[in-house]
Design a protein around this ligand. Structure first.
Ligand code: SF4
Length: 439
């Protein structure tokens, strides 16, 4: 049976989606202003290390994507998606709609690929495919410069279910895009999707520092509300070590300019990034930079060393010694103690051990108490806590305990409880779980 709708099924086309985005943008509608990261040298960053190359896009290309998204949104609404309200049940309805769309297009000679593709025509992406690490494979499946129509349908429905109010514009440094392009793109998005209230981008502090405040102000006037800066550390020694390509001056001046332009500033800090040698320096200097900026949000994302990254090579060569969980707790305690400006602190990454979420300065005492309570436990109790916390994060990400983790846990299970007698083995289990968590 053919679908009847005002929108011609044959006119539907996929648009480019940003897979890499802040956790707060998981339900956002996304458009790609650029592809991937032009810097791509940060030693700890696994995101674009397996072949994804940077490229620019024109404002017209993005505008075309917005129009495609609008066509899909209208079409899905005409098919009853969102009736009577948008809900998870729409994902079930979507399956039948997709089958009929593909059938109708197939009959008209349009074969929709069942897998997204990457861009090869201009030599852009040569994605490495024989990767043996699960987390890296997960990253790789995100690099879909040519998503399928099905992926675009799901993206729109997910955004609608999430309330339809937010939009993220990617990829890694949205601030390199010309202000006039933003004006054109944002006005098109607002016209086509008037329910959107918040537009956000990732930015590099070096780019923000080089801009005039009036440029950033124009960006804010065009509609951008918040910039997410991955500052990682305030220590120049740490930033040098990991080839961040930015220093603490970039961080401070870039973020201050963004704030002066009325943009909300959200910064990402990476506990553990200095390794054992620079841990204290990392905590002290990061607090200094936070105090100089007074960002609106500070988000903790504990270091996880990924395969295929320069940092993993440094670890293998003995040039970087990772901190233990307990050392990272000490580092965060030092950082938190030294922050003396009002900020919202979030621990919204699966790699973090302690749930340190709160408003500073009001909640500082309570957050430090949480840290001290953890530190007051004996080693076995801390192991139990760490194992439980990592398992909870694992279930949060994967939805269940998978067979491989179950097998690792088997020797520890006695009756209904987990018994910590072989502490070396438990450390190995915790590490194995941690190495499966996505930051
Ligand atoms: S700038 Fe961001 S995306 Fe690019 S390599 Fe560094 S951390 Fe990764």
């Amino acid at each position: 049976m053919h679908l009847s709708s005002k929108t011609d099924v044959l006119d539907l086309q996929p648009f480019e989606i940003c897979s890499i985005r802040p956790p707060t943008e998981n339900y956002s509608l996304t458009f790609r202003l650029t592809r991937n990261c032009y810097w791509n040298k940060c030693a700890f960053c696994p995101v674009y290390k397996c072949g994804a190359k940077f490229s620019r896009r024109t404002a017209d290309e993005v505008v075309e994507d917005v129009q495609q998204a609008k066509r899909i949104d209208d079409f899905l609404f005409e098919q009853g998606i969102g009736y009577p309200v948008y809900s998870e049940a729409d994902f079930y309805k979507l399956q039948g709609i997709l089958q009929r769309v593909q059938q109708q297009r197939w009959e008209a000679g349009i074969i929709d690929p069942d897998k997204g593709g990457t861009i090869n025509s201009d030599g852009c992406n040569e994605i490495v495919t024989d990767i043996d690490d699960e987390r890296m494979q997960w990253f790789m499946q995100w690099f879909v410069d040519r998503p399928t129509l099905a992926q675009c349908f799901e993206h729109i429905v997910q955004w609608r279910i999430g309330g339809g109010k937010t939009c993220f514009l990617g990829d890694a440094d949205g601030l390199i895009v010309a202000t006039k392009d933003y004006e054109k793109i944002l006005s098109t998005i607002k016209r086509n999707f008037p329910t959107i209230e918040r537009f956000t981008v990732y930015g590099r502090t070096k780019t923000a520092r080089k801009k005039d405040v009036k440029d950033l102000l124009q960006l804010q006037k065009a509609g951008i509300c918040r910039v997410h800066f991955g500052i990682e550390s305030g220590s120049d020694d740490v930033l040098n070590l990991v080839h961040k390509g930015e220093d603490s001056r970039d961080h401070i001046e870039g973020c201050l300019k963004a704030k002066e332009a009325g943009l909300s500033v959200s910064i990402y800090i990476m506990p553990g990034l200095g390794g054992r040698r620079l841990s204290k320096n990392h905590a002290r200097e990061t607090a200094r930079v936070i105090n100089a900026i007074t960002p609106d949000f500070v988000r903790l994302r504990t270091l996880s060393v990924f395969p295929y990254t320069p940092l993993m090579d440094m670890v293998k060569r003995g040039e970087f010694e990772t901190c233990s969980d307990d050392e990272i707790v000490d580092e965060i305690e030092m950082l938190l103690t030294a922050i003396d400006v009002p900020v919202m602190l979030y621990s919204d990454s699966a790699t973090n051990l302690l749930p340190l979420n709160g408003k500073l300065p009001q909640d500082k005492g309570a957050l430090l108490s949480l840290i001290r309570e953890y530190k007051s436990k004996d080693y076995t109790e801390r192991l139990q806590y760490r194992l439980r916390a990592r398992l909870e994060s694992f279930v949060g990400q994967y939805g269940r305990i998978t067979r491989d983790i179950e097998m690792l846990l088997d020797p520890l299970v006695k009756g209904n409880s987990i018994v910590i007698d072989n502490t070396h083995y438990v450390e190995d289990v915790i590490l194995a779980i941690y190495n499966k968590l996505m930051p």
